[in-house]
Write a protein that binds this ligand. Structure first.
Ligand code: FAD
Ligand code: DLZ
Ligand code: SF4
Length: 510
């Protein structure tokens, strides 16, 4: 008798068009899927994220059964569940007499290494749910001195033909970012994100997750995310209709009580296979062609997906498993406890942390210029920052989270992703948000009791790393501004920063 192969489908590989499924033989092979504590707890993932993944996995297993596949599915509370993916593979291999496992390459070196060391034959195939293959990215990167996203993005525009007029970009410019930096208006009425009613499968998962992972940071209720491709497409369509036209203008804006503004809230669906990136971009391009949304919004959005998302993935696999261990700035402090509690007088941080607790979501500028910026200025160990981002965000899988956090946000790769550190004083946050107006601190003050902590920390960071950055042409002006300041002001600023860092290390309320 011909032995069946096992086909592993991971929690972020939920599409019938998955490379491993395309290689499988429905008449004999067996698909396996496993919910496992080891995956939920290697960092303590946000309960909403665990619930989203488990429910989407269960719905996908039903789709597979309905289309005639044999599926062996481990629920996390099954008594026989070994609670780790390898354990489940070996248990099922024994049960069905399989000796080969076919798997689409996971998006984490940790799992790739685990599977490569498994005591059975493993065939790992390229994940082709992306626009650029790994080889294509390596070919692009190999003769470049610096790996800037913008040039890679242009290749992706040419390859997909998105927003192209022959070999020229529509609008005669590749990038309309200059038009996408508007401060928030005084009043904003942003469209509510699409909310879905939960079916019995999701309700059961919510009860289970709420009981099992109740020590993890984050609220499982209320839960309104989509868990199927159909619903994810409904969310995408509503975004295109209601929010896309203003997506570009307010992409970088932040507002009190407005966690989503005009953002799409679709990264969780793209990253788990519920939405396809190219189909998503084609729908968005159509909104420009039919006059629904302006070019700055549509180009800005498409750039995030075929530019940033693809580039970030390319970097993760190009740089290898050691990427997450880099610490170019030798940052050593512990992550402050307010990253978990939101218990800080800094309005901007408190907003970002508390909405993350509630929704497992914060938008890009909150991640980069609020929590990321503060961690960088406060000399926090990048590994701790990385583990925080990986655990708290619903869209966080290491291939996309690590280069964003460690590269773009914490500069711990020494400038592979970012050409200079993304740092700012309170002035940037004040310009791009209305947070400062209701903050305990005064954004204009550097030294007083109520001085915004970002201000002194910003200068302290520049001085602490003067040797590394003072000759960076994009940072020269910052150092010139420092030189122009009065000597007493300079030493008072550094003393103030020292006091803030000491308060953080002693877990005092700031
Ligand atoms: P929108 O703002 O509406 O953008 C549309 C889409 O573009 C997103 O859904 C996403 O798929 C893509 N996109 C935009 N920027 C990026 C980017 N820099 N990298 C990859 N894709 C991008 N994104 C994740 O998907 N997972 C992560 O774990 C993650 N961690 C991050 C950590 C830090 C420190 C920073 C600064 C950014 C991180 N990002 C991450 C990128 C970005 O913040 C999120 O993709 C975005 O906030 C998701 O929300 P949205 O769907 O509303 O996005
Ligand atoms: C993140 C996650 C969680 C919380 N749970 C599971 C799970 O139970 N089973 C599973 O197959 N995958 C899970 N995942 C996703 C993986 O941990 C991992 O991040 C991705 O598969 C990497 O591509
Ligand atoms: Fe954040 Fe400073 Fe503004 Fe307060 S004053 S919200 S701490 S930037």
């Amino acid at each position: 008798m011909v032995k069946p192969n096992l086909i592993l489908v991971l929690g972020d590989q939920l599409t019938l068009d998955l490379a491993a499924i395309r290689q499988a033989d429905k008449s004999k092979d067996v698909i396996i899927m496993a919910e496992a504590d080891a995956e939920a707890e290697y960092v303590n993932h946000h309960p909403k994220k665990i619930a989203f993944i488990f429910s989407a996995m269960r719905h996908f297993a039903n789709t597979l059964w309905a289309s005639g596949w044999k599926v062996l599915y481990s629920k996390v509370d099954d008594p026989q569940n070994s609670q780790n993916i390898l354990g489940e593979i070996l248990r099922y291999a024994d049960e069905v007499g399989a000796n080969e496992l076919i798997v689409t390459k996971p998006g984490e070196w940790r799992l790739i290494e685990l599977l490569n060391e498994a005591p059975l034959e493993v065939k790992m195939i390229e994940d082709d749910r992306f626009i650029a293959s790994q080889v294509e990215f390596e070919n692009w990167a190999h003769d470049k001195k610096t790996l800037r996203m913008e040039f890679f993005y242009r290749e992706m525009r040419r390859k997909t033909g998105l927003l192209m007029d022959g070999d020229k970009p529509i609008g005669d410019k590749w990038n309309f970012d200059q038009e996408n930096r508007k401060s928030p208006p005084k009043k904003i009425i942003s469209p509510a994100p699409t909310e879905f009613n939960n079916d019995k499968i999701t309700e059961d998962v919510l009860v289970l997750v709420n009981a099992r992972y109740n020590s993890h940071f984050g609220d499982v209720y209320p839960f309104n995310y989509a868990v199927t491709p159909d619903d994810a497409n409904v969310a995408l369509d509503k975004f295109i209709k209601n929010s896309l036209p203003l997506f570009g203008d307010y992409q970088d804006a932040m507002m009190l009580g407005e966690p989503f503004l005009y953002h799409a809230l679709i990264s969780l669906y793209l990253n788990t296979g519920l939405l396809d990136p190219l189909e998503t971009c084609r729908k968005v391009e159509k909104a420009f062609i039919t006059g629904l949304a302006p070019l700055n919004a549509v180009e800005g959005f498409i750039r995030q997906i075929i530019g940033w998302r693809e580039y970030i993935r390319g970097i993760y696999f190009l740089k290898g498993p050691d990427y997450i261990n880099q610490n170019y700035l030798n940052a050593k402090a512990k992550l402050p406890s307010f990253y978990w509690s939101g218990d800080t007088k800094m309005q901007c941080i408190s907003q970002a942390v508390l909405q993350t607790k509630k929704y497992s979501y914060a938008h890009h500028i909150q991640r980069l210029m609020v929590t990321g910026n503060f961690a960088l200025l406060a000399d926090i160990d990048p590994k701790e920052v990385h583990r925080w981002y990986l655990s708290v965000y619903i869209d966080a899988f290491e291939w996309v989270e690590a280069p964003n956090t460690l590269g773009m946000s914490q500069f711990s790769d020494g400038g592979v992703v970012a050409s200079k550190p993304y740092i700012s004083s309170g002035a940037y946050i004040s310009r791009m948000s209305n947070y400062c107006k209701s903050c305990h601190y005064d954004v204009k003050d550097k030294l007083g009791d109520r001085a915004c902590p970002f201000n002194a920390l910003y200068w302290d960071f520049l001085i602490r790393h003067e040797e590394k950055f003072s000759s960076n042409p994009r940072m020269r002006q910052m150092y010139r501004n420092w030189e122009r300041q009065d000597a007493n002001l300079k030493s008072a600023t550094l003393a103030k920063a020292k006091k803030i860092l000491s308060d953080i290390s002693k877990n005092r309320m700031i």
